[in-house]
Design a protein around this ligand. Structure first.
Ligand SMILES: Cc1cc2nc3c(=O)[nH]c(=O)nc-3n(C[C@H](O)[C@H](O)[C@H](O)COP(=O)(O)OP(=O)(O)OC[C@H]3O[C@@H](n4cnc5c(N)ncnc54)[C@H](O)[C@@H]3O)c2cc1C
Length: 352
């Protein structure tokens, strides 16, 4: 591909940023149009009162995620295993005492990224030119014009480009972007039924001054069918000097206010782990239902539905429009590995 061709990437999540980074290594500059006011998409790390990196989005990966692990290595980022030593808890029913269990050491470990998953996003950003990124640009239309494509954002801004790569959940493409001429029926009818991994989930984080659960012999791991917290893990940082938990809340509680959810979380944890759990330094949560992950009428029946559909593998608009992003692959779809792998595959198609 000629280096002066203009490439526009829609979506500044892991797949869009990885693609921009890979192109940058070949001296090909791409522009990223991102709808929200921040980069990262489904990766979002916030800091607690003590500066503990707390994950509201993607957190864990393993050795089978070869492309993600290779990317972290290439960018000089460290990984570390999820803490799992000590007693873990399983709450079956609210009126039964929790069951205690131990995770065997030999199991394939789950890893986290030192400094928080956001450091992957920040490092990719540092490795491409900042002027390549335009935030608050929700793309609403893509039109085929003489020799190229015209991309329009919600604020009325348009840009012309040679190629467009869509790096956002396919379901959002179907509900947010108008194509002229229209996409073929084979693909446009599939878009509303492509499940977006983790859409609708609620992630919470807690920060504490001391790891009181570790001192009492607990791993911090909890699974529950009885309380608002359905899954929870120790969230101590890489340096082991900042402490907390992260996990998921029952998604049915999205109808409650944040204050009500927080109260229910602290009550459940105080009962299981003691009163120290009731006084965190910080509580944050995210209900993943905003316009950057979910919109329109979904027709979804099962997890990963229509992920990696064959229609995503072909370019459209006479070879100028590509589908990328974690949901476009069959392998590791929905996960960070899928986002990185899709960027790699699209990069190879573009430079061919
Ligand atoms: C709560 C939660 C927990 C998770 N946990 C894990 C985990 O532990 N391990 C793991 O591997 N994966 C996990 N994931 C999944 C992981 O985050 C995703 O696989 C990955 O981040 C997807 O990257 P992406 O670039 O394909 O899509 P996204 O991150 O969704 O990026 C798409 C981007 O497009 C933008 N956008 C949307 N509409 C438009 C528009 N019209 N115009 C311009 N831009 C637009 C969005 O704002 C977003 O920034 C989790 C996800 C969530 C939400």
């Amino acid at each position: 591909m000629e280096q002066n061709k203009k490439i526009t990437i829609i979506g500044g999540g892991l797949s869009g940023l990885t693609l921009a980074y890979l192109l940058h290594t070949k001296n090909i500059s791409a522009t990223i149009l991102e709808a929200s006011s921040r980069l990262g998409g489904r990766i979002q790390t916030v800091k607690g009162e003590n500066g503990t990196p707390l994950e509201l989005g993607a957190t864990w990966f393993s050795d089978v995620h070869l492309n993600l692990v290779a990317l972290l290595k290439r960018l000089g980022l460290e990984k570390f295993p999820q803490y799992a030593k000590g007693k873990s808890l399983f709450q079956t029913k609210s009126f039964e005492p929790p069951q205690e269990f131990y995770i065997p050491e030999a199991q394939t470990p789950s890893y986290r990224i030192a400094g928080g998953t956001q450091s992957l996003i920040d490092t990719l950003f540092e490795n491409i030119k900042p002027e390549q990124i335009k935030l608050n640009r929700k793309v609403v239309s893509i039109k085929e014009i003489d020799g190229g494509l015209e991309v329009e954002s919600e604020n009325g801004e348009t840009l012309t480009t040679d190629k467009v790569v869509l790096c956002l959940p396919p379901q959002l493409i179907g509900s947010q972007i108008e194509f002229s001429p229209r996409l073929p029926n084979e693909i446009s009818t599939v878009l509303p039924s492509v499940q977006t991994w983790m859409a609708g989930s609620i992630k919470f984080v807690l920060e504490y001054s001391e790891p009181f659960w570790r001192e009492n012999g607990y791993s911090g791991m909890l699974y529950s069918h009885a309380g608002i917290v359905t899954e929870m893990y120790d969230h101590t940082n890489y340096e082991e000097n900042k402490f907390g938990f992260t996990g998921f809340l029952n998604s049915g509680t999205s109808v409650y206010t944040k204050a009500v959810r927080k109260e229910l979380v602290l009550k459940q944890l105080a009962k299981l782990l003691g009163n120290s759990a009731a006084t965190p330094l910080a509580y944050h949560e995210k209900v993943w239902t905003d316009e950057f992950i979910l919109s329109g009428n979904q027709t979804i029946n099962r997890p990963h539905q229509n992920n990696g559909h064959p229609t995503f593998q072909e370019p459209y608009m006479n070879g100028k429009l590509y589908f990328s992003g974690t949901e476009t692959l069959l392998e590791f779809s929905g996960y960070m590995e899928g986002a990185v792998l899709s960027a790699k595959r699209t990069f190879e198609k573009i430079i061919a």
